[in-house]
Design a protein around this ligand. Structure first.
Ligand code: MEV
Length: 426
């Protein structure tokens, strides 16, 4: 590969990690033929300055920005919330706010959640006497608890720590394995650091007890002891009896078809991820946990359920694992994430999980309502029309003017935007 000046370039950049962000940027500029303008844009960091970003991850050359919107109208367990959402997709914030508004007639969202229990897995292979090993582990339960709890005195001080040990046995292609689960109350942390440290700490003792060899020592992202549950009732007189029936039909497709179910759950994650990202939580952990939980019965299922109550109103529920943190990690170091947490006002990860799950349910209701009635493209394209106007070359006041005309004509496309722009510029 050569750059614009014909110089051969290799991505094997020895010592790259030792360069300053500016020097790294210079190297990338050369490799990828970036312009001076590109470099200037990359240097423009926002509230997360380059130093903080550089301490967060490796090989940093800049930061990136996404829109931060506020979902309104949320009434959860009798409390009003404004909810920050970070997402690049139009319609999501508006849809969540709309669903929350419609839910208010019947009291908004009723939410609950489990204690913040996470599981650390320790894999043991080559255990000669499985039954005897299990007994030994259980006889030494208290010692294992002590050993693990000593890793995190702060967690223990705040009421967290190991709660249980479970032993699983599995037959695999590589022989029988024992998997020990450490069930840990991680309080207001996401928990990965605490649990992984504990799992590593007790592993040698488990080898001693079983005569086996430890392989993996890691948290599971299937946080199925840390579920959040939410219910909301949408009044039939507010949304229309016909809409109740249409939503139930739409839901039934997701319940019976994996192709639809994937999209159904994607819509839920639109809302969930947006709040998770706003608070700088680990959205990959949340995604992995959610989809794994959706498949827990051996079939990929919707994370929400819908039914009619005795009066014919639509009752929606959601249940999913939500391993969120308020202490540690980027939630505490990213300046905007700190403000996002402040806007929500969540005092615990349980409360945060209840808020996040409510947004997931609201998002899903809004998508089903739109899909089952007028379709989502009308509203979506209306919101998207400004982006299309920009893509067609509009700037300043012309953006709104082009968007307005396209919306009026119900013809929203880059082609039409260009034509309107030309007319306006004449
Ligand atoms: C788009 O991002 C999300 C939807 O496709 C969700 C759904 O179909 O339920 C609208």
């Amino acid at each position: 590969m050569v750059n614009g000046n014909g110089k051969p370039l290799k991505s094997r950049m020895s010592g790259f990690h030792k360069l300053s962000p500016d020097e790294k940027l210079e190297a990338v500029k050369e490799f990828s033929n970036l312009t001076d303008e590109d470099v200037e844009l990359l240097k423009k960091t926002g509230a997360l300055d380059i130093g903080a970003a550089d301490r967060m991850i490796e090989n940093v050359i800049g930061t990136t920005e996404m829109p931060l919107g506020i979902a309104t109208n949320f009434l959860i367990n009798g409390r009003d919330y404004l909810i920050p959402m970070v997402i690049e997709e139009p319609s999501v914030v508006a849809a969540a706010s709309y669903a929350a508004k419609l839910a208010r007639t019947r009291g908004g969202f009723t939410a609950s959640s489990d204690d913040p229990l996470m599981i650390g897995q320790i894999q043991l292979v080559g255990v000669a006497d499985i039954e005897e090993s299990k007994k030994r582990i259980m006889r030494n339960k208290e010692r294992i608890f002590d050993m693990a709890n000593k890793c995190d005195s702060v967690l223990v001080k705040f009421g967290g720590g190991v709660r249980d040990i479970e032993i699983r046995e599995m037959e695999t292609k590589r022989g029988k394995m024992l998997v020990v689960h450490l069930v840990v109350d991680v309080r207001d942390a996401m928990g990965a650091n605490a649990v992984n440290t504990m799992a590593e700490r007790v592993a040698p003792f488990l080898e001693e007890l079983t005569g086996g060899k430890v392989r993996l020592r890691i948290i599971t992202n299937l946080a199925d002891r840390r579920l959040a549950r939410v219910q909301a009732v949408w009044d039939k007189d507010v949304i229309g009896e016909d809409t109740v029936e249409k939503i139930l039909d739409a839901y039934e497709l997701a319940a019976n078809d994996q192709y639809r179910c994937t999209t159904h759950n994607k819509g839920i994650m639109n809302g969930i991820d947006a709040v998770v990202i706003a608070t700088a939580n680990d959205f990959r952990a949340i995604e992995a946990g959610a989809h794994s939980y959706a498949a827990r019965n051996g079939k990929y299922e919707p994370l929400t359920r819908y039914a009619k109550d005795s009066e014919g109103n639509l009752v929606g529920t959601i249940e999913l694992p939500l391993a969120l943190g308020l202490v540690g990690g980027a939630t505490r170091t990213h300046p905007i994430a700190k403000i996002a947490v402040k806007i929500i006002g969540a005092k615990s990860t349980k409360e945060l999980a209840e808020v996040v799950a409510s947004v997931g349910l609201a998002q899903n209701f809004a998508a089903l309502r739109a899909l089952a009635t007028e379709g989502i493209q009308t509203g979506h394209m209306r919101l998207h029309s400004r982006n299309i106007a920009v893509l067609a070359g509009a700037s300043g006041d012309l953006i709104d003017e082009v968007a307005k005309r396209m919306n009026g004509e119900k013809n929203i496309s880059t082609g039409r935007a260009k034509e309107i722009l030309e007319e306006l510029q004449k």
